[in-house]
Design a binder for this molecule. Structure first.
Ligand code: ADP
Length: 477
């Protein structure tokens, strides 16, 4: 079998490899992907550092052309790359193709941003002096990504990093190297000079840790678990390095008595269970007022009956497998915890077998949960959702905000007053009215508050805040 190698200083290198396994069919090896070493990572950092002076001064047209070419190729290959994504991660083929299209759109967006770089010219408070404010590239950016969006998250970090003139060392999650390898191959063929983009696949404790420990990595953008995020933070503070973290969520969706029941059920089913509940914006707490509670639970349960859990590649599948055995164990452990805590298992909770061997779990719904239970406070990252009954809107809002996290929050209501109040008073970075808590646009800021995020927002023009450093220059006229 071919080994998909690491890409360092413009060369494909590495001979040790790890199997990339399909969670929908554990007999299938998606490919063999290089297992990077400390040495590889150091070489990649050195290459990125050496390439920085020239790339940081490269013309904006060159950056535009490369990013545009990459976006176009990803779009032209959306079905093939979507299938690769579905095979390595386990989300359904339509979801995987949708994510691939989004990756292409992100490259298109930042291809445009490269041409829109601008500063400000302002008069000084002192006479005869002019002030210019410009943005410089940061330097070598370390990109560390998780497994749940194998192409979109790399795209939303790589595209702005390159757009603003930085060089990159990119380490994707161990479980999903294939899409990252494909993007790096595409960007390389689109014309990036040697050393500007380096890919080091491999373990977090080896490749990732070497990046954290290097004084030559000037910025790190990380999406992943809270525990690893804290390591990124403390190592970065030690090196006086800029960093940006996107971590967990325990996103609430409030359903009020006056909600349109169909809208609420569709949004809850989508938020909680699509992509197997493995989205940081997934809604895992449904906070429902008394008057609609029983109707909502009955309608949501009826909806869950209709959802097909099966091989991600099969047409008609709504929910693919859990990503791997470790995550499946986390999910089933939390299901046991929920039962012990006294929540009522209203639907699911069982492992299921399908034609192909994989990590299949029923969508699982708990009712009669409280907001103090562990299943309501800790991120599970699987298709496991709790319903929390509340008296009225005020209690719903207070419950929604009573969480260590603050990524996304939703409300289903036909009341303008409550929707407006919720938008103003939710302590989340993203608020959705009559929409799933997951599913965001590619051209506007993404990010959260409290324990969910740290540092500037990602995506849209707000991305510039992290990937550049502001300079203020004064000139005597
Ligand atoms: P998850 O539980 O979603 O896998 P992790 O935080 O473990 O979350 O993984 C997110 C990314 O962080 C992955 O690319 C992983 O390899 C990387 N990672 C894990 N440990 C470290 C570490 N010590 N230093 C840097 N990166 C790490």
């Amino acid at each position: 079998m071919t080994i998909y190698q690491n890409f360092i200083a413009g060369e494909w290198v590495g001979s040790d490899a790890t199997k990339n396994i399909n969670p929908s069919d554990t007999n299938e090896v998606v490919g063999l992907y290089a297992d990077g070493t400390v040495e590889d990572t150091k070489n990649a950092i050195a290459a990125a550092k050496a390439a920085f002076p020239a790339w940081s001064r490269s013309g904006i047209w060159e950056r535009h052309v490369i990013l545009k070419k990459a976006g176009d190729e990803i779009m032209a290959r959306k079905d093939e790359l979507g299938a690769l994504l579905a095979r390595e991660e386990g989300k359904t083929l339509p979801e995987a193709i949708g994510e691939t299209i989004r990756a292409s759109q992100i490259f298109e967006f930042f291809a445009g941003e490269a041409l829109r770089l601008a500063g400000e010219v302002i008069p000084s408070v002192r006479p005869n002096i002019g002030v210019e404010i410009t943005r410089d590239p940061l330097g070598v950016i370390g990109i560390i990504t998780p497994w749940n969006f194998p192409i979109a998250i790399p795209a939303w970090k790589l595209a702005p990093a390159l757009c603003y003139g930085n060089t990159v060392v990119f380490k994707p999650a161990e479980l999903v190297p294939a899409c990252s390898w494909a993007i790096v191959d595409i960007l390389n063929r689109a014309g990036l000079p040697k050393g500007v983009l380096n890919l080091v696949m491999g373990r977090g404790s080896v490749v990732g840790q070497t990046m954290l420990d290097s004084p030559d990595v000037t910025g790190i953008t990380f999406t992943g678990s809270t525990g690893t995020g804290r390591r990124v933070a403390s190592a970065s503070i030690e090196h006086n390095r800029k960093f940006q973290l996107e971590m967990g969520g325990k996103n609430p969706m409030v359903v009020l008595d006056d909600a349109d029941l169909t809208v609420a059920v569709e949004a809850a089913a989508n938020s909680g269970f699509f992509s197997t509940g493995q989205r940081c914006t997934a809604s895992s707490r449904l906070i429902v007022t008394e008057g609609i509670h029983d109707k909502f639970v009955a309608a949501l349960t009826a909806k869950l009956e209709t959802l097909v859990v099966d091989n991600a590649m099969k047409s008609g599948t709504h929910i693919g497998p859990v990503v791997d055995e470790k995550q499946l164990k986390t999910d089933t452990d939390y299901i046991e915890i929920g039962k012990k805590e006294g929540a009522k298992l209203a639907f699911g909770g069982e492992l299921i077998s399908r034609e192909t061997p994989g990590f299949y779990l029923q969508p699982t719904l708990f009712t009669e949960a409280t907001n103090q239970m562990r299943i309501s406070r800790e991120e599970i990252f699987g298709p496991v959702v709790s319903v929390i009954r509340v008296k009225d809107y005020e209690e719903a809002l207070a419950t929604a905000n009573d969480t260590p996290f603050g990524l996304s929050a939703g409300i289903a209501t036909t009341s303008l007053k409550h929707a407006t109040h919720f938008k103003r008073n939710s302590e989340a970075g993203m608020v959705m009215v009559n929409l799933p808590t997951a599913g965001v646009d590619f051209h506007v800021p993404f990010g959260g508050r409290k324990g969910s995020s740290y540092g500037p927002r990602e995506q849209g023009k707000y991305a510039a805040e992290f990937y550049t450093s502001v300079k203020t220059a004064y000139t005597l006229a």
